[in-house]
Structures are given as C-alpha cells and as structure tokens.
Write a new protein. Structure first.
Length: 379
C-alpha cells in the first residue's frame, strides 16, 4: 500500500527577498521535489508572492504575532499577546482543516505555529536564523518557550547554536548550514562608474545592527586616504526604521559624502551589482547569524570584508576566505581595508579558499540532505 503524501505547513515572519526568505523558497522547492504537500502561511503580502504564485502550494495570509523589538514595552506586549492568541486559534484550525502533519517555522520570532502544533499533537520544527540581543528577558522567554513547544530546532550557524543553547536542550538543537543556490542573470545593467573608481558595495536591510552607520564612518576614513573609493548601499528598510534611514542619509550629507556614497534601495539584480564592484563589505555591529549575501559576493568572485562577529566568521573561515575587521574601530578597519585593496595576491587566495570551503560546508546538496533527514525523523 502506498503511503499518503505528508502535509507540511511552512510559517515565516516576513514577505521579502532577503536571506531567510531566500532559504524559505529553497525549502518549499525541496519539499515539493520530494513529494510533500506544501502549505504556507505568511503575515502579509509582499515580494515573495511573485515566486510563490508559480508553485503548486496553498498560500494564506494571517497576522502571526511576529515578535519584534518595537513591541518590547507594556502596550506592545499586550498587543502581541492578543494577536498571538488569535494566531494560535487560526493556525490550530488550519492544522485540523488541512490535516497538517508537521509545522515548520522558519524563524524564532513566530511562536504561534509551534504552539498550535503542540496543541494539536503534531511535531514542530523551528529553523532559527536569529541571534536576539539587547533584552535578556526576551531571550530567556523565547528560548524556554521554543524549547517546550518544539520537536527539533535547527540553527543556521554555530554562532546561532551557541546563543540558543543557553535556553534550549542540547539534544534538541542541531546546526545545519545554509546551502546557497545561485541564479544566472539574463542581462547586465551597467552601473555609473568612472575609470579609476574603486567600488565597495554593501547589501543588507537598512536596520541598525547591520552597521550602515559604521560603514559610513569607515567610508569617511577611506576617502580621506584616496578619492578613488566609492560606496554603494543596497537595501530598503522596514516602516518602523524609516527614521534610521533618514539619519543615515543625513550623516552622509553632513560629512560631505553625497557624491561618494549612493543609496540604491532594494534591487532584484544584486549579482549584477556585485559583478561590477571591486570589494564587498558586511559591517554588522552585532552578531549576524549567517549573512547569506557573503555567499553571493564570494560566488561572484568579489573579495569580501566583514566585521568579526557572528556567522560571518564561519563563512570567511576565521579570515581564510576574506578580511575580518573590528566592529567598533572605523579608523583601524579603514586601514585594514586599504591594505587589503592593494593586495591582489591575498584576495585571490581568499577566493580560492572560499570555493573549497563552500563545497565542504555550504553546498545545496548537503543542506537538502540534512533538512530532509530532520523532517523525516519527525514524521
């Protein structure tokens, strides 16, 4: 007798095309390819929809009670409690109506899916992409609750795993590196670039911990050394951080760097931009779990720089695949970058090392195998 297809409900915290959302699309394709029925619930409509609508899946939208820093106040906590109670009820009914066999939550900031799964007696898997910092009560609460409601917890890097081990049982948590898939470009749109320019590019959502303010300080120090340096900042922001974006642009203006630093906003052609850049920089000032854009920059043979925090250290293999800089000393960082820019031999060696490292640790084949193993173990 042929076993019926298993039904997986995938829950995600946003509807965009940044790192975790790209992994979300890979998961959907992986499960479809391996014969699962895939159901998706997102908190809102957005940029992912163009991709989701082409797939043989059911997509629904419902407020999921996503936990964000802006809610860490009395009124915000009451709001999240009310919204989460409604989300748990919705997802619990969803699980029953569609005979869901497993809930796969692609974030630590949505707890309603795991609670609904626990309530209905089905397994729940959390795929954690975050390292929450700045509020120890939230860290303890979310960690203890995820530990209680999850059947398995996957983390995207050793840095993420180490952080969550404080509140999640060791036997329940496993590190699975992302395996990045790359898309070919149909055409190349030329960027404005004068002969002799040395273009340094950053790609990230415009939020404080990604370090854009720090990048502007580094840029100021580098431009004092040479007028050849120009900077491209790719990415948009969340509505709640619009004032942060304004303050960044004001800082660029105050330092007289408007002709040297360009804000390109969100772009679908990131690989195109990277191919026309001379260096990539990821200037996070707090641990970034696993900045997948570093994979993309190295894949495009672009020498890469990152602050010595979080998953970037693992991707750059402790400085064997790229340059690691301090996260709190713009002058020292600028000096290191300036030296690195003129060391073609070291850049070439780093790019060669990265290709070997990616085959071992970050291949899509390894990622797919590990994810399927964990999911099948729960079904």
């Amino acid at each position: 007798m042929i076993s019926p297809k298993k039904n997986i409900l995938l829950v995600h915290s946003s509807n965009d095309l940044y790192g975790a959302s790209k992994i979300f699309l890979q998961l959907i394709d992986l499960f479809l390819t391996n014969g699962f029925n895939v159901y998706v619930v997102l908190p809102e409509k957005g940029k992912l929809d163009d991709f989701l609508n082409k797939k043989d899946i059911k997509v629904s939208y419902h407020e999921l009670g996503v936990l964000r820093k802006k809610y860490l106040n009395p009124l915000g906590l009451i709001n999240r409690l009310v919204i989460n109670i409604k989300a748990i009820k919705f997802l619990s009914n969803y699980i029953k109506n569609y005979s869901i066999d497993l809930v796969y939550t692609n974030t630590s900031t949505v707890l309603s899916g795991g609670i609904a799964a626990k309530k209905n007696g089905i397994p729940s898997l959390f795929h954690v992409h975050e390292i929450p910092t700045g509020n120890w009560l939230y860290e303890i609460f979310s960690g203890k609750l995820i530990n209680r409601i999850s059947s398995k917890v996957l983390t995207v890097s050793n840095s993420v795993k180490s952080h969550w081990l404080k509140n999640i049982n060791e036997h329940k948590i496993e590190r699975v590196y992302n395996g990045i898939e790359y898309q070919k470009m149909d055409s190349i749109i030329k960027l404005e670039k004068d002969q002799g320019d040395f273009v340094i590019t950053s790609v990230a959502r415009l939020i404080p911990y990604k370090g854009h303010m720090y990048l502007i300080e580094i840029a100021y120090e580098l431009i004092k050394k040479s007028s050849k340096f120009k900077f491209l900042i790719v990415g948009d922001t969340l509505p709640s951080y619009s004032s942060y974006e304004k303050s960044m642009k004001q800082k660029v203006k105050d330092l007289g760097l408007e002709n040297k630093i360009k804000f390109l906003g969100f772009r679908n052609d990131v690989s195109n931009i990277l191919k026309q850049s001379d260096l990539f920089i990821h200037p996070a000032i707090a641990p970034d779990p696993l900045p997948t854009v570093l994979f993309e920059s190295l894949y495009n043979n672009l020498p890469s720089v990152a602050t010595n925090l979080g998953g970037a250290i693992e991707i750059l293999d402790n400085g064997k695949n790229g340059l690691l800089i301090p996260f709190n000393d713009s002058r020292k960082a600028a000096n290191l970058i300036n030296e690195y820019c003129s060391n073609d031999k070291l850049q070439k060696k780093h790019l060669e090392n990265s290709k070997k490292n990616f085959k071992i640790n970050f291949s899509s084949e390894s990622f797919n195998k590990n994810i399927l193993k964990e999911v099948n173990n729960l079904l």
